[in-house]
Write a protein that binds this ligand. Structure first.
Ligand code: MLT
Length: 409
């Protein structure tokens, strides 16, 4: 008799964004007149730029003739795209070999799948709050105990609280852990780790032969050049860190789907030789995945061209101006606001000690604006709320106008 994977039953609730969608639909049904504005999920809204559209067209054209047609591509991603990424990192002082780069269909699947190459018995630590995929996939893989309603945590997982007191970057774990998920610029808090903060984690990981899984999906939003955009800007990181990144927020590929991961050959764990973890990820990807779309990879190549990069920087500036507008509005109400200066997310303390979901309901009822409850990202997110700067300018301005004029504080 077949049985289900029992670990799925441990998952505490539905995935956060569908749950927000469900509550929004219910509200819309009971308030058909409400024109809802969505600052919840970090979903890009502005069109792809001309250079990228040209790259995608080129990808389609290549499929139309026998001379340029291609079927399955190189398993790790097109050699051209990996070379372009190698040059992109080199321009920032990070030297990589092209077979350390793995092209994928986005950072979410890579963040979900990377854990599968590590031992079932790994002790795993997470920033709290964190992007829910890291915790959920380790629960599904059987590395946690049951969900504890009172604490809002899973047994056997290590939570590293990120609060105002530590500038939303966690202190080192008290105990020995094997896998550590870090995200900078952070989703959801918008905080960006400094070189010194990351160096402490790299030193810890090297000392304990732990692996840092570093999600850099929002790195292009960093405008302060003193802040690291890649973990490999940190001494010793190649021995202990895997980096995951994406074209989603960088170039508006949320629906197009393209990302990459870096597994350095120098990386070693307790029972591996240098190169083995890189080979295991290659083995995993070639078994489970047939490569990213060849059309989309031509689009990725266009992103990394001179024109593509310059156009994407303008797109990012557009979203960051949205962030500035949101911040200004929230601050004018006397709210405590974090993030939003080198990241497209604003993280605010809910007023009057409201829970995150109470504030979600209040904001929706009074202003018809959707945001994301901080508690959906982990127990330390309780009492916080995330607003996303992705959106059309007129919608952002309208949302801020409604919040500042209608929200009863
Ligand atoms: C978010 O809103 O946290 C992200 O956009 C979700 C995602 O990238 O999957």
């Amino acid at each position: 008799m077949a049985k289900v994977n029992e670990h799925y039953r441990k998952l505490s609730a539905g995935y956060l964004f569908p749950e927000i969608g469900r509550r929004t639909r219910l509200f819309q049904e009971s308030h058909p007149e409400a024109e809802i504005l969505r600052l919840g999920i970090g979903n890009t809204t502005e069109p792809l730029t001309p250079a990228i559209i040209e790259g995608l067209h080129d990808g389609v054209e290549r499929l139309a003739s026998v001379e340029t047609y291609s079927g399955y591509g190189d398993e790790q991603g097109s050699a051209d795209l990996r070379k372009a990424l190698q040059a992109f990192y080199a321009s920032r002082g990070v030297e990589l070999e092209t077979d350390e780069l793995f092209i994928s269909d986005g950072a979410k699947p890579d963040s979900a799948n990377i854990q599968s190459i590590f031992s079932q018995t790994s002790i795993v630590a997470f920033q709290d709050p964190a992007y829910p995929v890291y915790v959920d996939t380790n629960v599904i893989a059987g590395r946690s105990g049951e969900f504890n309603q009172e604490s809002g945590t899973y047994d056997n997982l290590v939570y590293l609280p990120c609060a105002k007191e530590n500038n939303f970057f966690p202190d080192l774990p008290d105990e020995r852990v094997d896998l550590l998920y870090l995200c900078s610029p952070n989703n959801p808090t918008g905080a960006v780790a400094t070189k010194q903060q990351l160096q402490k984690y790299v030193d810890y990981a090297r000392k304990h032969r732990a692996v840092i899984i570093f999600d850099a999906s929002y790195s292009e939003y960093i405008s302060d050049d003193t802040l690291p955009r890649s973990i490999y800007e940190i001494d010793g990181a190649k021995e202990c860190a895997i980096e995951i990144n994406s074209f989603s927020k960088f170039a508006g590929f949320t629906g197009v789907r393209l990302g990459w991961s870096i597994v350095p050959k120098e990386l070693v764990v307790e029972d591996s030789e240098p190169g083995e973890v890189n080979r295991l990820w290659f083995r995993r990807q070639t078994t489970f995945f047939n490569g990213a779309s060849n059309v989309v990879q031509r689009g990725g190549l266009a992103v990394l061209s001179k024109e593509g990069l310059s156009e994407c920087r303008q797109l990012i500036s557009y979203y960051m101006e949205n962030a500035r507008i949101i911040r200004e509005g929230l601050v004018s109400l006397g709210l405590s606001v974090f993030g939003g200066d080198n990241a497209p997310y604003l993280w605010l303390k809910t007023p009057g000690n409201m829970t995150s979901w109470e504030f979600f309901d209040k904001l929706l009822e009074e202003t018809w604006v959707i945001g994301t409850p901080g508690s959906g990202f982990g127990p330390a997110g309780e009492g916080y709320f995330r607003l996303s700067a992705f959106g059309h300018r007129e919608d952002i301005e309208e949302a801020v106008e409604r919040i500042t004029s209608r929200l009863k504080l």
